[in-house]
Design a protein around this ligand. Structure first.
Ligand SMILES: [Zn+2]
Length: 429
């Protein structure tokens, strides 16, 4: 990238000197014309306009940028640019293996590179399905389709913020994305109930930002974070033991609680989570949003993690069921119970405590537990979810972890806090 820039600047400089030489009064035949000063030439030729876009030399073409409109097809866009129906037909066929011209989505960006002469014929059509990729449809010489990935650059960023309303509000006020809000909620959700956040609580984050051409396309990992909640510090240091990033506090304990691998001792998984389940008997799709564990009647059903019972009752489809809210991120459901355990609605339960017994109440054809799993209000496949591990750091990791922790503490401390003013003004309200 910088090599290319150096080349561009070098070539431009040679061009300038050549031009200046020929335009200089002594040798130029344009004596009576306006003579460009070296400075104005430098400004014109040394600007940072890219010479290539999507790998295509821009100087050779006129560019038309747009967004796909509703019901607009590849042909709709390119027929006005004198691409033949035959080429469009052929492109439809050859594009299928790479990125079909039928997969254009409304509102996505495209760029047409067309000839500047009167034919206005398109030479390339570039479609951007997302921030990370683009697809080049070559319409000159021979037809071709190329799907390219953009380089993603990862930079570390820091953020400090204070709670005035919600975590979401504060992170966005500091320019953070919803993804960063979710990542913070996932890390601290087991220790801090979002509902108990108070004005003046504050946080500091070191995190990765993913950039494409200088523009953020999402976050990477949170590297470390600190949450000061009711004057207590909650620390989360990201640490990788070869099995992905996990978060530990200052004593090496996991900050995220694990779930039981299975909430019941079962004989087999009789039906998996499947949003596209087709029921032959009914001749239609009926999504199955849970995991069915076949088990014998009255097998104890355990709370998958610590939480509060937020629903407990009977409905026609669910039978006897219980719903447990674990934190701001996770909720679980347990259906078709034969009977309940001792815990009542609103009561707090610990991971592994028995909340009920397997049965076949409600719409059920046999004894099983239908286990439901919500992440941020949306049902997801528990078996596929990457859930936090709860093991503390092994002793052998402590030396390396301590070194990382001192480094992170220093870095977190160095993030300037700007909220002392804000909290003063907040207290004046
Ligand atoms: Zn089920």
């Amino acid at each position: 990238m910088s090599k290319r820039l150096v080349t561009v600047i070098g070539v431009s400089l040679i061009a300038i000197f050549t031009l200046v030489y020929f335009l200089s009064p002594s040798s130029s035949p344009f004596d009576d014309k306006e003579v460009f000063s070296e400075e104005s030439l430098a400004e014109e030729t040394l600007d940072d306009t890219p010479l290539f876009k999507f790998g295509i030399p821009v100087d050779l073409f006129e560019l038309k940028e747009g967004r796909i409109k509703r019901n607009q097809t590849f042909a709709d866009i390119l027929l006005p640019y004198n691409v033949s129906r035959q080429d469009i037909f052929n492109m439809d066929k050859i594009s299928r293996d790479v990125f079909s011209v039928r997969s254009l989505v409304v509102n996505k960006k495209y760029t047409i590179f067309y000839n500047s002469d009167s034919t206005k014929k398109a030479s390339y059509f570039v479609y951007e399905p997302n921030d990370l990729e683009y697809v080049v449809y070559q319409l000159v010489d021979s037809l071709g389709v190329f799907r390219e990935s953009r380089d993603v650059e990862i930079v570390e960023r820091t953020m400090a913020g204070v709670i005035s309303e919600t975590l979401d509000h504060s992170i966005r006020a500091e320019g953070g994305s919803p993804a960063l809000v979710n990542a913070m909620a996932d890390i601290f959700g087991w220790q801090i109930d979002p509902k108990t956040l108070r004005k003046g609580d504050w946080f500091k984050i070191i995190y990765e930002d993913r950039l494409v051409e200088g523009k953020s396309v999402g976050i990477g990992k949170i590297i470390s974070a600190q949450f000061n909640h009711i004057k207590n510090d909650y620390m989360a240091y990201g640490y990788d033991m070869g099995d992905g990033h996990e978060y530990f506090d200052e004593s090496g304990e996991s900050v995220q609680k694990a779930f039981l691998r299975y909430p019941v001792a079962f004989t087999r998984i009789s039906s998996q989570y499947n949003p596209n389940r087709y029921l032959k008997m009914y001749g239609r799709y009926k999504p199955h949003l849970g995991t069915d564990f076949a088990a014998s009647k009255n097998t104890p059903i355990k709370a998958a993690a610590d939480g509060v019972i937020v629903a407990r009752g009977f409905t026609r489809p669910n039978g006897n069921y219980i719903k447990i809210k674990h934190n701001g991120t996770y909720t679980t459901g347990y259906l078709h119970m034969n009977r309940f355990g001792k815990f009542k609605l609103g009561q707090r339960v610990k991971k592994g405590q028995t909340i009920g017994y397997v049965g076949s109440t409600g719409s059920s054809t046999g004894n099983h537990l239908c286990f439901r799993f919500w992440k941020r209000g949306k049902q997801v496949d528990f078996l596929k979810e990457k859930l936090p591990a709860e093991k503390p750091l092994p002793a052998g990791e402590l030396v390396r972890f301590d070194a990382l922790m001192s480094l992170m503490d220093k870095r977190l401390e160095d993030i300037p806090n700007t909220w002392s003013d804000k909290s003063v003004s907040a207290s004046n309200e």
